[in-house]
Design a protein around this ligand. Structure first.
Ligand SMILES: *[C@@H]1O[C@H](CO)[C@@H](O)[C@H](O)[C@H]1NC(C)=O
Ligand SMILES: *[C@@H]1O[C@H](CO)[C@@H](O)[C@H](O)[C@H]1NC(C)=O
Ligand SMILES: *[C@@H]1O[C@H](CO)[C@@H](O)[C@H](O)[C@H]1NC(C)=O
Ligand SMILES: *[C@@H]1O[C@H](CO)[C@@H](O)[C@H](O)[C@H]1NC(C)=O
Ligand SMILES: *[C@@H]1O[C@H](CO)[C@@H](O)[C@H](O)[C@H]1NC(C)=O
Ligand SMILES: *[C@@H]1O[C@H](CO)[C@@H](O)[C@H](O)[C@H]1NC(C)=O
Ligand SMILES: *[C@@H]1O[C@H](CO)[C@@H](O)[C@H](O)[C@H]1NC(C)=O
Length: 511
C-alpha cells in the first residue's frame, strides 16, 4: 500500500508469466472456490520456486488533497449486489482509479505477460517499510488468495440486520495480498479512537458499529464528522463503516448514505462522540447488552484482504506494522516455511500512562516500561489474562531491523486461558455470536478451537499494540459480575458440548 504519492492516479503495472496469468484470471473472474488452506511453501530451492510467478504492481495513491465528489461512493447502495461487473464498483473518478475493473486488470495481466521476469529465488528487501513489486509478487504467489467484493449489502446475522459497507473507504477494490485489514467494532461513543488508530495503521480498517434505535443518527453524524472535519483524508481513504442492530431495535429512520455523503458536514458542531455521556446512549438507556462477537464477525467477514487483524478499537498498532509483516511473510523464512500447523501471529499489548504519548518503536516502549510509564496490558485488571508466552523475554529483547517470529507458543499449560490479539486470516474460527461483552470471556470459545486445532501462535518480535493512554485499574461492577456469571455457565453448559462435538478435544486445551 505504500507508494509514491506524486501522482493523482493509481497506476497498475503488472509483469507476470503465463502460468500465473491463467491462475489469476481464474480467480479474478469470480470463481469463488473454497478458501485455500495455509500450506508452508518452500521458496528456496524447491521445484515450485522454479515457476515462481513474477508479478509486480505499482500503486500510487491518488493525491488525497484533491476534492471529492462525495455523492457517488454509495451510488450502488440499493443495487443488486450479486453482480461482479465493473459497473458495481464505486464510480467516482477518484475511487475508479483504485478500482481498476477486474476486466481491465485481466487485460493488463495479458498485455504485460510477455515481459515476464526470470525466476529469482532471493528476495532482496531494501526497505522493510515498503512493499516492492517483487515482494508483492511473492505474496501473491504464497497466499494464493481470492479477491472479495466491496459492495454495500443488507444482510441478516441471527437476530441482527447488518448494513455491510454502509459507508465505504475511498481506497476502492483492494487486492487480497497487498495489505492487511484492521477489523474492529464499537458503539459511536468510541469513535474518537478512529483517527489515532488510522494514523498508525495506514491501511484498510473495517469497522462495525452497533447502532440500535436512536443510536444510528449520532453514529451517522460521527462518521460524517470523521470524514469531513479532521483536516485529513486518512479516514475517508481507509475506513469502511458497517452498522448493525437487532431486528427488535430497528432505527426509525435509516439515513441514505447517497444523500448524506453528498453534503458537507457542519464542522463547527461538535461530534456526538465528544458530546455524549457514555451512559446516555440509546443502548445504555435501554439496558441492551453489547453484542461484541456479532460486531467482531461482521467487521472481519467484510475485510477484503487475506490477512486481518481483529482487534479492539482502543488498541493502537505500532507504525509500519503492515509492510513489515508482509515483508516477513514474503521472505518466508523459518519457522514460517517449516511449520505445517495452522498459525496466527499474536501481538504484544501494553498500556501507557494518560499523560505520555504513545510509543512508536519498541526501543521507546522499552524505555517507558523501564520507568513504569508503560505496563503490560491489564496488569492491574487481570494480571494473568494477557500473559504471553515468553513475554518477559520479549520485553528484554532488543528491537531488530526487520519483523520476525519471536517465539512459537501454544495456548496450553500456563497460557490455557490466553486471549491473544493476533493477525490471522478468514479461515480462523469465528467468535461465538451469542456472547456479549458484558458477559466477559467472549473470546474464549475461539481460543479453545484454536487450541484443539493445534494452532501455532507465532508471536511477532517488534510489533506491539498500545491501549489508548490511561492505565486501567480493577473496578468492581456487581451488575456486570452477575451477567458474567450467567454467560460463564452458558458457555460451560451449552457451548462447550457443542464445540466438543464439532471440533473434538485435545489434551491441554480448556476454555
Ligand atoms: C495535490 O492536489 C492539490 C490540488 O489539486 C495541489 O495543490 C497539490 O500540489 C497536489 N499535491 C501533490 C503532492 O501533488
Ligand atoms: C470522470 O472523468 C471523466 C474524464 O476523465 C469526466 O468526463 C467525467 O465527467 C468524470 N466524472 C465525474 C463523476 O467527475
Ligand atoms: C535476483 O534478485 C537479486 C536481488 O534483487 C539480483 O541482484 C539478481 O540479479 C536477480 N537475479 C536474476 C537472475 O534476476
Ligand atoms: C454550523 O453550526 C453553527 C453552530 O451551531 C451555526 O452557528 C452555523 O450557522 C452552522 N452553519 C451552517 C452552514 O449551517
Ligand atoms: C451519566 O454520567 C454522568 C457523569 O458522567 C452523570 O452526571 C449522569 O447522572 C449519568 N446519567 C445517568 C442516566 O446515569
Ligand atoms: C526456510 O527458510 C530458511 C531461511 O530462513 C532456509 O535456510 C531454509 O532452507 C528453508 N527451509 C525450507 C524447508 O525450505
Ligand atoms: C519515561 O521514559 C520515556 C521514554 O524514554 C520518556 O519520554 C519519559 O519522559 C519518561 N518519564 C518519566 C516519568 O521518567
Amino acid at each position: 500500500m505504500v507508494g509514491n504519492r506524486r501522482n493523482l492516479i493509481f497506476r497498475v503495472s503488472i509483469v507476470i508469466n503465463i502460468a500465473v496469468l491463467l491462475y489469476a484470471a481464474l480467480h479474478l473472474s469470480g470463481s469463488n472456490g473454497p478458501g485455500v488452506e495455509w500450506v508452508p511453501i518452500t521458496v528456496d530451492g524447491s521445484e515450485r520456486s522454479a515457476d515462481l510467478p513474477y508479478m509486480s504492481r505499482t500503486i500510487e495513491f491518488r493525491n488525497i488533497t484533491e476534492t471529492r465528489l462525495p455523492d457517488s461512493s454509495m451510488k450502488n447502495f440499493e443495487e443488486s449486489t450479486s453482480q461482479k461487473t465493473p459497473s458495481t464498483m464505486p464510480t467516482t473518478n477518484k475511487t475508479a482509479s483504485s478500482t481498476t475493473s477486474i476486466a481491465e486488470l485481466e487485460k493488463k495481466l495479458h498485455d504485460t505477460s510477455s515481459e515476464a521476469d526470470v525466476t529469482n529465488d532471493t528476495l532482496e528487501i531494501v526497505d522493510e517499510n515498503a512493499l516492492s513489486d517483487a515482494t508483492l509478487a511473492r505474496l501473491r504467489f504464497l497466499l494464493a488468495c481470492n479477491e472479495r467484493d466491496f459492495l454495500p449489502q443488507y444482510l441478516q446475522r441471527g437476530e441482527y440486520w447488518v448494513l455491510k459497507n454502509y459507508v465505504r473507504a475511498d481506497h476502492g477494490q483492494v487486492l487480497c495480498h497487498e495489505t492487511v485489514t484492521y477489523t474492529t467494532h464499537a458503539g459511536f461513543e468510541f469513535l474518537d479512537n478512529v483517527l489515532p488508530l488510522v494514523e498508525r495503521w495506514m491501511a484498510p480498517v473495517s469497522l462495525a458499529i452497533h447502532t440500535p434505535g436512536a443510536d444510528l443518527l449520532p453514529t451517522v453524524n460521527s462518521i460524517r464528522y470523521l470524514r469531513d472535519c479532521l483536516g485529513t483524508n486518512l479516514i475517508r481513504q481507509f475506513v469502511t463503516f458497517h452498522v448493525f442492530f437487532s431486528n427488535r431495535r430497528i432505527p426509525n429512520k435509516i439515513p441514505d448514505p447517497n444523500i448524506f455523503l453528498s453534503k458537507a458536514y457542519n464542522c463547527s458542531v461538535l461530534p456526538p462522540f465528544v458530546t455524549i455521556n457514555a451512559n446516555e446512549t440509546y443502548m445504555k438507556k435501554e439496558k441492551l447488552l453489547y453484542p461484541v462477537n456479532v460486531a467482531r464477525n461482521i467487521a472481519r467477514d467484510s475485510a477484503l484482504t487475506h490477512f486481518i487483524l481483529p482487534s479492539d478499537i482502543e488498541l493502537y498498532p505500532s507504525p509500519n506494522l503492515v509492510p513489515r509483516f508482509l515483508n516477513m511473510i514474503a521472505r518466508n523464512a523459518k519457522p514460517l516455511n517449516t511449520s505445517t500447523k495452522p498459525r496466527v501471529f499474536p501481538i504484544s499489548i501494553f498500556e501507557v500512562d494518560a499523560k505520555v504519548h504513545v510509543p512508536s518503536t519498541k526501543t521507546e516502549l522499552q524505555a517507558m516500561l523501564a520507568n513504569k510509564t508503560a505496563i503490560s496490558f491489564h496488569k492491574y485488571v487481570c494480571p494473568n489474562c494477557h500473559n504471553i508466552p515468553q513475554g518477559q523475554q520479549w520485553m528484554n529483547a532488543k528491537e531488530t531491523n526487520q519483523m520476525d517470529v519471536f517465539h512459537v507458543g501454544k495456548r496450553q499449560g500456563k497460557y490455557v486461558h490466553w486471549e491473544p490479539i493476533f493477525i490471522g486470516t478468514h479461515q480462523d474460527p469465528h467468535y461465538d455470536d451469542r456472547l456479549s461483552w458484558e458477559g466477559k470471556a467472549d473470546k474464549m470459545t475461539q481460543g479453545y478451537i484454536l487450541c484443539v486445532k493445534d494452532y501455532d501462535f507465532m508471536i511477532l518480535n517488534n510489533a506491539f499494540l498500545i491501549h489508548k493512554p490511561g492505565i486501567k485499574h480493577y473496578v468492581r461492577d456487581p451488575k456486570r459480575d452477575t451477567i458474567a456469571g450467567k454467560q460463564t455457565s452458558y458457555i460451560k453448559k451449552i457451548i462447550m458440548p457443542e464445540l466438543k462435538k464439532l471440533f473434538g478435544t485435545r489434551t491441554g486445551c480448556a476454555l
